[in-house]
Design a protein around this ligand. Structure first.
Ligand SMILES: Nc1ncnc2c1ncn2[C@@H]1O[C@H](COP(=O)(O)OP(=O)(O)OP(=O)(O)O)[C@@H](O)[C@H]1O
Length: 497
């Protein structure tokens, strides 16, 4: 494929043409040198290693292990610019739509590579060598895949098989000889498998794959947020808090433990004065008056987090009631999918029952909305426009069949159901799992029941960069405040990193 440095040249493959538009952006050329000069020593070492692999045509599989604030998003920006200013194609991908938005030209790995929704040990991506996507993949010099630990190892193995097939590398190198860098944090929530136990979850993670032996682990260890304009006291507090968060994430509190243990939460994070738990957590995050819709930055930085969806609905229903303004209710149209012949005429699945179904990832039957309220998108709609599953928005206009909003940032049913509804839910509160990848500065964690899976507590703690942004309410079944809560860490997942 010829090198294309001039945007006036036309190419027949639209996917390649789209990538060349990035290459031709003047900004990369202007900014790359300035960014390069700002890299810290450890960032520069990683940069050099990757660039060396890319431009000396060495294959390479890397995993960048880092925690929040160590500058990995910054590093991707510099690496992508370095490859693009040399006229080459970079794939910026992420496991989730929301994480892909942080990357220039980012896409979910599933959509970028045509990875099937159901993956197993022989599945292949939906692309052939001669397809537009196949040709684009052959051109790509560097593949970045963020938030890798939240995907099943079969996704990476599927891509490995497909790239080997497409690249036809005589040496059968991993990923067809491409330079690929995965990154993420194994302390965070891993691949979610409904109903699976600890062993199955750990066995399905990237570092349980045959590919892991080929992966060189690189590390970023320096919290770059500490270098920003803050006082020595603030820096010390952030440093201590970061260390405590890492201890939570690695299960190092209250040792010895097998990874499931009650831990003490520091007093300053706890909400202890409680008349009504719901009102206490709302006050801690949103203050005690929500009479007029606040500006978008107010909602952008705040959320109440819960381990499960049931409690999320309770808070969102309460919040929409107290938000000032006229309420509009949008009802979904529900039916059993005609393709589900076995259940299509089952009287148990009547309309009332279908309307009552509330599950994660599917909008509720009745959407109660008001102008000003925060909502979360539940579908990947437009990557370029920033509209991905998990994007939060604030409603600005409501009409009969249209909602206007501005961006502020498998089902397991025994029947096949169809629901026509705006793909949104209210987002004053959300589940911990949905908050992974979101950036918040005011978080309220409400634990009427403890977390149940690896990484959930760590994900909450690592949403904020300072203690002052986090308030935790732990209650017993009678609503009485407590000071301890369960932490779950599958420690075996760290063994070979
Ligand atoms: N070398 C650097 N020079 C100056 N600022 C930097 C550098 N590296 C990172 N930063 C800044 O530090 C902050 C944190 O970096 P970044 O967002 O890239 O970290 P991250 O590891 O992606 O964190 P998170 O996972 O929490 O998003 C950002 O404001 C970023 O611009």
């Amino acid at each position: 494929m010829p090198q294309l440095q001039n945007e006036n040249i036309t190419v027949l493959n639209q996917l390649i043409a789209d990538e060349w538009r990035f290459i031709n952006q003047a900004d990369f050329k202007k900014n790359h040198l300035e960014w390069l000069n700002r890299l810290t020593e450890e960032q520069k070492k990683i940069y050099d290693e990757i660039i060396n692999s890319v431009f000396k045509d060495k294959c390479g599989v890397f995993f960048l292990y880092s925690f929040g604030g160590t500058g990995k998003t910054f590093l991707w920006k510099v690496l992508s610019a370095a490859v693009r200013i040399r006229g080459e194609i970079v794939f910026n991908t992420a496991s989730s739509g929301i994480a892909s938005l942080l990357l220039e030209g980012g896409r979910t790995a599933h959509s970028r590579f045509g990875i099937p929704l159901e993956v197993h040990d022989t599945s292949m991506c939906r692309m052939s060598r001669s397809s537009d996507l196949g040709e684009l993949v052959q051109e790509a010099k560097l593949i970045i895949w963020d938030e890798a630990p939240m995907m099943s190892k079969y996704c990476f193995e599927t891509l490995d098989r497909s790239l080997k097939d497409i690249m036809r590398d005589p040496e059968d190198k991993p990923f067809g000889g491409k330079v690929i860098i995965f990154c993420g944090d194994f302390r965070q929530i891993l691949h979610v498998i409904v109903g699976a136990g600890r062993e199955q979850i750990v066995n399905s993670s990237l570092n349980s794959s045959y590919l892991w032996n080929q992966c060189k682990v690189l590390r970023l260890t320096r919290n770059m947020r500490l270098l920003q304009k803050i006082t020595p006291n603030e820096a010390r507090e952030i440093e201590e808090f970061s260390k405590w968060i890492l201890d939570v994430g690695e299960g190092r509190l209250n040792e010895p433990n097998d990874g499931v243990v009650d831990i003490d939460i520091p007093e300053e994070l706890l909400i202890t004065e409680v008349n009504s738990p719901i009102e206490s957590i709302i006050n801690a995050v949103y203050g005690n008056s929500l009479h007029t819709p606040k500006d978008s930055s107010y909602f952008q930085s705040r959320a109440i987090l819960f381990p499960t969806n049931d409690d999320v609905n309770t808070i969102n229903d309460h919040m929409i009631s107290i938000l000032e303004g006229e309420e509009s209710v949008y009802l979904s149209s529900d039916s059993i999918d005609p393709a589900d012949k076995r259940n299509k005429d089952n009287p148990a699945y009547n309309l009332d029952f279908l309307n009552s179904v509330r599950i994660s990832g599917v909008p509720n039957h009745a959407l109660r909305l008001k102008i000003g309220c925060p909502i979360m998108l539940l579908r990947n709609i437009d990557a370029h426009g920033g509209l991905m599953n998990g994007t939060r928005l604030q409603i600005t206009q409501i009409a009969d069949h249209v909602i206007q909003a501005r961006i502020i940032t498998d089902t397991c049913l025994p029947f096949k159901m169809r629901r026509k509804q705006f793909p949104i839910n209210i987002a004053f509160a959300m589940t911990i799992n949905k908050s992974q990848g979101q950036y918040l500065s005011n978080v309220g964690l409400y634990l009427p029941r403890p977390v149940f899976s690896h990484g959930q507590l760590y994900v909450v703690m690592s949403r904020v960069s300072s203690k002052s942004g986090l308030k935790i309410l732990i209650t017993d079944p009678k609503g009485k405040p407590e000071k301890k809560t369960r932490n779950v860490v599958f420690k075996e997942v760290f063994q070979n990193i």
